[in-house]
Design a protein around this ligand. Structure first.
Ligand code: F0G
Length: 537
């Protein structure tokens, strides 16, 4: 008899206790709403949508453990108790591997032993890791809570850029990444630094859908040859940081292998450049390493995360993804590490960052988050390392991709961790759709209009193809993304989406080209511009 793990399907990881009903909306009503909102995916009312794959960011359902923790939220203006719980949860998650302290239980169990609370939580001293505690947190701050990932990016890159200008204002700086997310790139560029994508060469290689359970080519990796070439070509002094995004959202949500992380780390060490993670989906990445990389199968998710983070000097993170929380982000760097050493010019970089954090988001113990959100996030960090949860999520995304591939839809394979991506160059093969006709946008408009399903183009429209140099255009992939909110959808939502996407694929010659009707010159235009589909008669 097969064991529970050998049945070829994932063991159920949860059961919904609250449901939200969906309204029946007609195609004509959606068509009217689309017209009135300039055909922008970001402007369409979510309440009129059946299945919303726009983003996995902040759109997940929290667990009962998180909702219970939320009630312990403390809205004091300074040093709310959740702050201490969150710092401990961050240490548990990224540094302590199989030996977490779980100090959150002191609060959830109503501990009244004040000495214990002070020793283990409130007055505890901590240094040498990603979040100093006690007096070290005051003299050398290195952990910063903010409302979301891009706030951390803003804090980091605006501060770093000022210091770089102080060091040498005449050179152009470059930050390489295995795939910059759009806000990361925008925050880097807004501060006068160039953002470079070093995608893995095998990214667009074909992959058989029936091998997704048996191997994974880690297409999210950074191309390390290109990294070394860039450093030698531009000069070490022009590369202030190296970034690795786990999983690689811009490169179809593909995971990064531990081997690749180690290789990048070696290069970073060789040239004395601080290495950072964009850590948005770290636990999903760890689960790919566990499943597919030699030597990790018997390791716990916690210990794999600990090893991954041992290779970096710091990270920015949006906790709205893997944190399973609806809001939250952070910037963390190693106490007295390379980043701290290199960027503490004249004053401690942590003090400079804290000043900016207070100016823009709020004092360091809430950073623009409510005490309730802080508690829900801290609890979430313990939920997302659970293997049943991670496996069910991974299987759900994989099944979605498999069903599309079985219907002949050009989906990027293997499936990434949080989303399924269609290759729109292949999708429109055999039609007269050109790259600057924004066919991917036309597809998302039709999918929303006919079937009430929202996805998003991440291609020539989102990444502003027409504003880029031919060299930069090479770094733009032509994709449409279906991101999976955590713990929200089940097989019926996926089957509905697969049927709808297949129907559109079979009618691809009817998908309209799209023109920008307003604001083509706006920055971050995929959130801002008006669109007009051009229907053939
Ligand atoms: N980095 C990556 C890899 C991301 O995917 C995101 C957000 C961010 C940074 C910024 O985080 O939204 O909290 O400010 N990605 C979302 C998405 C928006 O839909 O992929 P944020």
């Amino acid at each position: 008899m097969k064991s529970q793990d050998e049945l070829g399907v994932s063991v159920p990881a949860n059961k919904p206790l609250v449901v939200r009903t969906i309204k029946k909306v007609t195609k004509e009503q959606r068509e009217y709403a689309l017209k009135k909102t300039e055909y922008s995916m970001f402007s369409f009312p979510a309440d009129l949508i059946y299945v919303d794959f726009l983003s996995d960011s902040g759109s997940g359902a929290m667990t009962d453990f998180q909702w219970a923790a939320l009630f312990h939220g403390d809205e004091s203006y300074a040093r709310n108790k959740g702050y201490y719980v969150l710092l401990e949860a961050v240490r548990d998650t990224f540094e302590r591997g199989d030996n977490p302290k779980k100090s959150i239980n002191l609060i959830l169990s109503g501990e009244t032993n004040v000495k214990k609370l002070m020793d283990e939580l409130y007055i505890t001293s901590y240094e040498g890791g990603f979040v100093n505690g006690g007096i070290h947190q005051l003299t050398r701050p290195n952990g910063f809570i903010v409302p979301q990932g891009r706030c951390a990016e803003h804090l980091l890159f605006s501060t770093v850029a000022t210091i770089l200008k102080k060091k040498n204002k005449d050179i152009t700086n470059y930050i390489p990444n295995n795939g910059h997310f759009d806000t990361t790139e925008a925050n880097i560029v807004a501060n006068g630094i160039q953002a470079v994508n070093l995608f893995s060469e095998n990214l667009m290689d074909d992959f058989p859908f029936d091998e997704m359970d048996s191997r994974n080519p880690f297409k999210g990796n950074m191309d390390i040859k290109k990294l070394e070439n860039l450093i030698q070509d531009k000069g070490v002094e022009s590369i202030p940081l190296i970034y690795v995004t786990i999983t690689n959202n811009t490169a179809a949500g593909q995971p990064v292998s531990m081997k690749n992380i180690k290789e990048v780390n070696k290069i970073a060490e060789k040239y004395d450049i601080p290495l950072f993670f964009d850590a948005c989906r770290f636990s999903e990445n760890a689960n790919f390493i566990k499943e597919f990389e030699d030597g990790y199968n018997d390791r716990s998710i916690q210990s794999i995360i600990q090893e991954m983070f041992s290779y970096v000097d710091g990270f920015t993170i949006s906790f709205k993804k893997d944190g399973l929380a609806n809001i939250g982000g952070g910037l963390f760097f190693r106490d007295k590490g390379l980043f701290h050493k290199k960027f503490s010019v004249g004053e401690d970089i942590g003090i400079a960052l804290k000043e900016k954090q207070i100016l823009t988001f709020g004092n360091d113990s809430y950073g623009g988050m409510s005490g309730r959100d802080i508690m829900a996030l801290a609890a979430g960090l313990y939920e997302i390392v659970k293997e049943l949860y991670l496996n069910e999520r991974k299987t759900q995304v994989r099944e979605f991709a498999k069903k599309l591939a079985q219907n002949g839809i050009p989906v990027i394979l293997p499936a990434g961790g949080h989303a399924v991506y269609l290759n729109m160059d292949k999708f429109f093969e055999g039609t007269d759709m050109k790259i600057d006709d924004f066919g991917g946008v036309g597809f998302t408009i039709e999918l929303l209009k006919h079937y009430g399903i929202r996805a998003v183009e991440l291609g020539p429209f989102a990444f502003e193809w027409d504003k880029k140099t031919p060299e930069q255009q090479k770094g733009i992939l032509n994709l449409v993304r279906f991101a999976m909110p955590r713990n929200v959808y089940n097989a019926s939502h996926i089957d509905y989406a697969v049927a709808a996407i297949t129907e559109l694929y079979q009618n691809k010659d009817k998908i309209p080209k799209v023109k920008i009707s307003r604001g083509a010159e706006l920055r971050l235009r995929h959130f801002q511009t008006g669109l007009q589909p051009i229907y053939k008669n």
